[in-house]
Design a protein around this ligand. Structure first.
Ligand code: PXL
Length: 282
């Protein structure tokens, strides 16, 4: 099983490839990487970071890979440094994904109702094109709202099914993370709303931990890919990925580290791997 992770390298701040590579590899499959940019830190919460766009290097990397005959079972795309990279990813799917392979798109663009630095409406429009080529689309609620034109604050009132339905015009199997659901006893759950293979809407909830935690989306997407690459069914893969992310957030909160330095997912890796083993033996 061979996975390609397309994402940036944020050298500090535990997100994108520094999260994807260890989590997907630890899941027990080969994870090759295509870095889209190199930054000294990610762009959320740091000032003065460096940013080198690697678009110019990508064509030569790809032609070398073609000469090796590389093909992938799963391709996951994340943070893209420019609009031209969106087009590159579409072509990578055509050239490197096996016929029965899985294209997973995490349309990394924003969080908490806002776009990250460097992104604008033009980028959002172009990203819709990449989402159309995805087999599974995994935005957070903010990204889902930008992609569908639904007002974020309206969506937060709870009509997440409407957001999921609107995303289905882009991709057959969307899965939206970070949907807050209030329960009757006053607690809040963090819920994934997703569509299964048969088009049914399903949900999976974990305890909502208050606070903003950087890199949570990357931990989730990487764990999901790891589980799917192990042949685990989407329903169980969503559960395992959400549980791993929530446990990592919980530990990060206990550690009281600065949110911008990312999640302590390392401490939860062993139990994540045990869950993968249990599920893949079923
Ligand atoms: O975690 C998402 C992400 C990935 N890559 C870069 C980022 C961010 C979010 O801020 O800045 C470079």
């Amino acid at each position: 099983m061979r996975v390609l992770a397309i994402n940036d390298i944020s050298c500090v701040g535990k997100c994108s490839l520094t999260v994807a590579l260890p989590i997907i590899s630890a899941s027990g499959v080969t994870c090759d990487i295509l870095p889209t940019a190199i930054l000294s830190t990610h762009t959320g919460g740091f000032k003065g970071y460096t940013f080198r766009d690697l678009s110019d290097d990508i064509p030569a990397i790809l032609s070398h890979w073609k000469s090796l005959g590389l093909k992938y079972d799963i391709i996951i795309s994340g943070y893209l440094g420019s609009i031209s990279q969106i087009e590159m990813v579409k072509n990578i799917k055509k050239d490197f994904l096996k016929t029965d392979g899985l294209m997973i798109v995490d349309p990394v663009m924003g969080d908490n109702g806002l776009l990250y630095a460097h992104f604008d409406d033009n980028f959002v429009q172009e990203m819709k094109g990449l989402c159309r080529s995805a087999d599974i689309l995994i935005p957070n609620l903010t990204e889902a709202c930008y992609l569908t034109g639904i007002d974020y604050h309206k969506a937060c009132e709870g009509n997440y099914t409407a957001v999921l339905d609107a995303l289905k015009t882009l991709c057959r199997r969307p899965a939206v993370t970070g949907c807050d659901v209030k329960t009757e006893n006053g607690t809040t759950l963090s819920t994934v709303f997703y569509t299964d293979d048969n088009g049914n809407t399903k949900t999976y909830s974990t305890t909502k931990i208050e606070g903003a935690f950087h890199g949570a989306g990357d931990v989730y997407s990487s764990a999901l890919v790891g589980a799917l690459a192990r042949g685990i069914h989407l329903d169980t893969a969503v559960q395992i990925a959400a549980d791993f992310t929530t446990a990592s957030i919980q530990q990060t909160k206990l550690d009281q580290t600065e949110a911008r330095y990312g999640l302590n997912s390392e401490s939860q890796m062993y139990s994540f791997l045990q869950n993968l083993d249990k599920a893949s033996k079923k």
